[in-house]
Ligand binder design. Structure first.
Ligand code: GUN
Length: 293
């Protein structure tokens, strides 16, 4: 039988542990972890993600602040806000929701966040620590960190001898995911839009991770029998069967057909998505503890 990986349940246990740690910090120091989330512009999906991040931070007992800036915000205004949050002793984590409007330089904004407050793990110091085997002293990007917990639930801590394919090469997910799998001794391939034969690469993979943003791209004949399939895609598609104008969420993996071949598979929704938010809370409480020392 195929295991359907329950990301909601695992995320709930991470959130529970974070809540306990946050309460202990407040009891011992009188200070709660603080998370600042910044959003620029009007993208509805980004607003939904940011609201759930702010809500979860409150639920964990954090000081939670959200800065909602207009689409027309200038680079300088945004950088000044980041500088203010960097200097605020009550703020342990700063997250600038991506993508930013096109006129803004995302990379410059991200690199201006203090590495110790970079709860997205996107600063070159944190990405570099992960790549050089020093992830424990840095902060790891939330979605790959969460996906890795799900992989380990199925495959255990040591992935020696296993082939892993990560489809997608973004700084936010593909690259750090590949580093985490490599650190756990998997033999790692990164596939992307310029790869010659993705289905053939996928069929070699004991661990297949898809993060491309193409609805249901991974088909059953891409999946090695018994493989662990982790779906990182969140795509909104038309659902005429639910009524006119209705939509539904699907991943990058054609779930039903791939579930028939895989050993374990993460669903969308309810797989990696809840883990991303849980790991953001975990990174914030880690940053808060470090700030005490
Ligand atoms: N947009 C989509 N996912 C993420 C994320 O994990 N962090 C940020 N900052 N923006 C995102």
């Amino acid at each position: 039988m195929t295991t359907v990986i329950d990301g909601k349940k695992t995320a709930a246990s991470v959130v529970e542990a974070v809540t306990v740690a946050a309460a202990a910090l407040e009891r011992d120091t009188g200070r709660r972890p603080g998370l600042a989330v910044v959003i620029v512009g009007n993208d509805p999906a980004s607003h939904a993600y940011v609201s759930s991040k702010s809500r979860m931070a409150k639920q964990c007992g954090f000081k939670s602040v959200q800065h909602t800036l207009a689409e027309e915000t200038s680079q300088q205004e945004l950088m000044e806000l980041v500088a203010t949050l960097n200097a605020d002793p009550e703020i342990d984590g700063v997250l600038v929701q991506l993508p930013l409007p096109k006129h803004l330089n995302s990379e410059a904004v991200i690199q201006s966040i203090l590495p110790e407050k970079d709860v997205d793990g996107l600063h070159v110091v944190n990405a570099g620590k992960l790549a050089t085997g020093d992830a424990e002293t840095g902060l790891v990007s939330c979605t790959p960190a969460g996906a890795m917990i799900l992989v380990r639930q199925i495959r255990g801590p040591d992935l020696s001898g296993l082939n892993a394919l990560v489809i997608g090469r973004s700084n936010l997910f593909g690259k750090p995911m590949a580093q985490l799998l490599l650190a756990a001794n998997a033999t790692v391939t990164i596939g992307h839009s310029k790869s010659r034969d993705l289905p053939a690469l996928a069929r070699q993979a004991d661990i297949l991770v898809a993060a491309v943003g193409r609805p249901e791209m991974v088909k059953a004949d891409w999946v090695k029998p018994g493989a662990t399939v982790i779906d990182v895609g969140i795509n909104r598609v038309a659902a005429p069967e639910k009524g006119e104008g209705k939509t539904r969420l699907v991943g990058d993996v054609a779930f039903a057909e791939c579930a028939a071949v895989a050993g374990a598979i993460s669903p969308v929704p309810g797989g990696v998505g809840p883990m991303t938010i849980a790991m953001l809370m975990a990174n914030t409480v880690i940053a808060a503890y470090r700030a005490q020392n």
